[in-house]
Design a protein around this ligand. Structure first.
Ligand code: NAG
Ligand code: NAG
Length: 506
């Protein structure tokens, strides 16, 4: 076994300058502190391996094993909700996430953090197959970490640090290729959890660290790209510097540690797992939305700041609208103020913008032709009765660019349409007191997707069953006709709802 020597960095550099070795390897892990000791392992005569570890001692020491300077800091749990877990110092070796702790009871049940990441089907065998095993995650003692990864003076090079902040997405492509699930579930949940965990004062710029890296453990690049390209647009707008790794890169990380004697250390990692979120009470029985577990946790802890508690989403919303070149956003409106530290006023907008997302050019979930015509007529009449102060947009999103769609969404107060992906644009609506989503269902049908998302952003939500307005939350039901092309809606009912809802709010 090679002797372990500890030097300060200055000593090491002097040593290296005078060194007569033919080959040198450097592995720098955290070179922010110049006076931290560096451990040198003399592996064989012509090789020196230098690892700068997380040591705090500054004196020259010669010791067989680092004691204070622990190369395997124990894992800490920063925040946890079912399916959402923020760790510091968590490890991965050969595909297993390792929590290093001498107090395993401080961690939640493993099945509430992770699953096998298989495609989810509502069948008993599949549900069982998604339960995690010790291959997905294990909790080991600090002693075991040392003996597995050789910190007892064998080789500190076993540690492969992954600097910065990582968002690890442990779900298959099943839902990722869908704008609603990608943006309004996955990133909605990640943003509220991340922002909530760090947003403890009124200065978000200093307290909310960036996410540097996004890893899809079970999806290739194709798997998270939706057809219209909104997912990429969203990601590049909201997280322009993020580095994306797909499962091939994750598999390479696994392969590099396949012998089990090496380990990746993630100093900060947010783990998201769809199946684990569905094991939670809120997602599993009430909303079926993974983001709802993350949102509820932070809301209950009063970690959602800003007027109406929607400030966590504003940096994302404004960044996306800025890339879509929405003129309003660059000129100091509600959104850009929020990004700088707070919404100062929640004035109702001077103009009311109604946007109806038509699905009449698609084949599924479509209004009858008469209903569509009647709805447009009733809305037109309503808007005309208000003079110049109201505006109606009838949008056929398949004929619009992404930018055009986002630009309209970014200035819409009342968004309405048949239940469908187009309603995801609600996440881009400005957070004003009149912000409202009206969702048309086949009478008797209901789904929580947009209702939950609108509510989390403090928008009003109404469900329409032809000529009746459902204000109370319903159970999800998909009757015959739900996805069909004969959905009825009574236009005057919708127009009256908008008029009455806004009366007194303007
Ligand atoms: C690494 O994981 C694979 C399963 O993916 C397993 O077969 C193998 O035994 C593991 N190697 C070690 C050293 O644990
Ligand atoms: C929808 O509501 C209108 C207005 O009340 C009614 O005339 C029509 O019959 C209803 N359509 C269906 C399919 O229920």
């Amino acid at each position: 076994m090679a002797p372990r020597l500890a030097f300060t960095r200055r000593d090491a550099i002097l040593l290296l300058l005078g060194a007569a070795f033919t080959r040198l390897w450097f592995i720098f892990a955290g070179d922010d502190d110049r006076d931290r000791p560096i451990y040198i392992d003399a592996v064989h005569t012509d090789t020196i391996t230098i690892t700068i570890t997380e040591a705090t001692a500054t004196t020259l020491t010669v010791s067989p094993a680092p004691t204070q300077a622990d190369p395997f800091p124990a894992t800490s749990l920063v925040a946890h909700a079912p399916g959402w877990t923020l760790f510091e110092d968590v490890y991965m070796s050969n595909g297993t996430l390792f929590i290093v702790s001498d107090n395993p009871s401080e961690f939640p049940e493993i099945r509430m953090m992770i699953s096998t990441g298989l495609i989810a089907l509502n069948e008993p065998e599949n549900i069982a197959a998604r339960e995690p095993t010790s291959h997905e995650m294990a909790i080991i003692s600090t002693q075991e970490a040392r003996s597995r990864w050789g910190a007892n003076g064998i080789s500190a090079t076993a540690i492969l640090p992954v600097e910065g902040n990582t968002f690890l997405v442990n779900e298959p492509a099943q839902f990722l290729r869908h704008y609603f699930h990608f943006v309004a579930e996955l990133f909605f949940g990640a943003q509220v959890f991340w922002h909530g965990a760090f947003f403890r004062n009124r200065d978000p710029s200093s307290s909310v660290p960036p996410i540097h890296r996004l890893i899809f453990t079970h999806s290739n690049s194709h798997g998270w790209h939706d057809e219209p390209g909104l997912n990429t647009f969203f990601l590049q707008a909201a997280f322009p510097s993020i580095h994306v790794e797909v499962h091939e890169a994750w598999d390479d990380r696994i392969a590099l540690t396949a012998k089990g004697s090496r380990v990746w250390r993630f100093p900060r990692l947010l783990l998201s797992d769809r199946s684990a979120a569905h094991r939670g009470q809120i997602c599993g029985t009430q909303t079926q939305r993974i983001a709802s577990e993350a949102w509820k946790y932070m809301q209950a802890k009063h970690q959602l700041m800003g007027i109406r508690g929607t400030e966590w989403w504003e940096p994302v919303r404004t960044a996306v609208l800025r890339l879509a070149k929405t003129p309003k956003v660059s000129s100091g409106d509600v959104g850009s103020q929020a990004a700088l530290g707070g919404i100062s006023a929640m004035d109702a907008p001077k103009k009311v913008v109604i946007s109806y997302i038509s699905r009449q050019t698609t084949s599924r979930r479509r209004l009858t032709d008469e209903s569509h015509a009647g709805l447009v007529a009733a809305l037109t009449q309503l808007v005309q009765s208000k003079g110049d102060s109201w505006e109606l947009n009838v949008l056929e999103t398949d004929k619009m660019t992404k930018e055009e769609q986002l630009q309209v969404a970014g200035r819409t107060d009342i968004l309405l349409g048949v239940h469908g992906n187009g309603l995801t644009h609600l996440v881009m609506m400005p957070p004003t007191p009149i912000s409202t989503v009206i969702e048309i269902f086949y009478p008797g049908g209901y789904a929580h997707d947009y209702e939950w998302t609108a509510t989390a952003l403090r928008k009003s939500h109404f469900a329409i069953w032809n000529d009746s307005v459902q204000t109370a939350q319903q159970l999800p039901t998909y009757p015959e006709g739900f996805h069909g092309s004969q959905i009825p809606v009574d236009g005057p009912t919708v127009a009256r709802l908008i008029d009455h809802h806004l009366a007194g709010r303007l």
